[in-house]
Design a protein around this ligand. Structure first.
Ligand code: HEC
Length: 269
């Protein structure tokens, strides 16, 4: 099997320095310095509610979400209020969803409102923009994936908090965002499988490279044949070496709150 491990791990994005792509948001603009959580907790990159309150809820949302007349009754004007009005609280606009469903960022209305998901009622938040950078939204996601702890960084298992992919010519880049930083030593040729499917069946892709930057694993798969219709990335399966997080806990691939279990990401080409 041919796998190249590109140089891995940048300890905290701040280490990249100004001018690298890491400091830029989706529009290519520099991310505001207040959005980085890395500066305040070098030893543990997991996001706390206190950091979110300081950098996002208190700094941005309280222009509107303050006091007894806060929109939709959602007060974000102190750490206590943000917790009380978000976590396990029914969303006003879509009462079948919680604002924050601990452990489940994709089922949390807060994330849908920050992403501007197609199925929200009303507008994307912050109302009228500018919207949060992907990095800021990922911080909120990772706090929720961690179990949305009131204090500290929580004891939830480490999971894939979000996955995305993009195709560029014959390459596909899959990004797996973990809820905590991983140990890069555990990312080896035996810990990841990549397959692509054509109408003739499934084949193993052997030409890919891996790049771990903090909580995101970028998997670049090369030379995908034009007739391929689907790509699958498999990690942490029982046949594969488990991925470990920075505290040596095995990844919770299937999201059952226990360590271990496979995770698969399927991308239609
Ligand atoms: C300029 C004012 C304004 C700002 C700033 C703002 N919001 Fe809102 N927010 C509103 C209004 C008005 C509504 C209700 C109408 C709507 O949803 O479009 C709302 C609704 C919401 C809801 C839906 C609540 C529910 O239970 O249905 C969420 C969640 C939310 N905002 C989160 C945020 C967050 C998080 C921020 C900061 C990142 C933010 N908002 C910033 C005005 C604002």
């Amino acid at each position: 099997m041919k796998i190249f491990l590109l140089l891995l791990v940048v300890a905290g994005l701040a280490a990249c320095g100004a001018g690298s792509g890491e400091g830029l948001n989706e529009q290519g603009l520099p991310t505001s310095s207040s959005s980085g959580s890395s500066s305040s907790s070098p030893s543990d990159d997991a996001v706390t509610l206190a950091q979110l309150q300081q950098n996002i809820f208190g700094a941005i949302c309280t222009n509107c979400h303050t006091g007894a007349n806060a929109p939709r009754g959602l007060r974000l004007d102190s750490e206590e209020n943000s917790y009380a009005f978000l976590v396990n609280r029914t969303a006003d606009e879509i009462p079948t969803l919680m604002r924050v469903n601990p452990g489940k960022p994709d089922d949390s209305y807060l994330i849908k409102k920050l992403d501007g998901a197609a199925d929200i009622v009303g507008a994307r938040m912050p109302l009228g923009g500018p919207y949060l950078s992907q990095e800021q939204i990922d911080q909120v996601r990772s706090w929720i994936a961690n179990g949305a702890p009131r204090t500290g960084t929580g004891s939830a298992t480490t999971k894939v908090a979000r996955a995305s992919a993009q195709k560029i010519n014959s390459q596909v880049i899959v990004d797996l965002h973990f809820s905590r930083p991983l140990q890069f030593e555990t990312i080896t040729p035996d810990s990841i499988s990549v397959f692509y499917s054509t109408l003739d069946g499934q084949k193993t892709a052997t030409d890919f490279s891996l790049l771990l930057i903090d909580q995101i694993l970028h998997i670049t798969v090369n030379n995908i044949p034009t007739q391929a219709i689907q790509l699958e990335v498999l990690i942490n399966d029982s046949e594969l070496h488990p991925l470990l997080d920075h505290e040596h806990r095995a990844l919770d691939g299937n999201g059952d709150e226990n360590q271990g279990g496979g995770y698969s990401y399927v991308y239609a080409l």
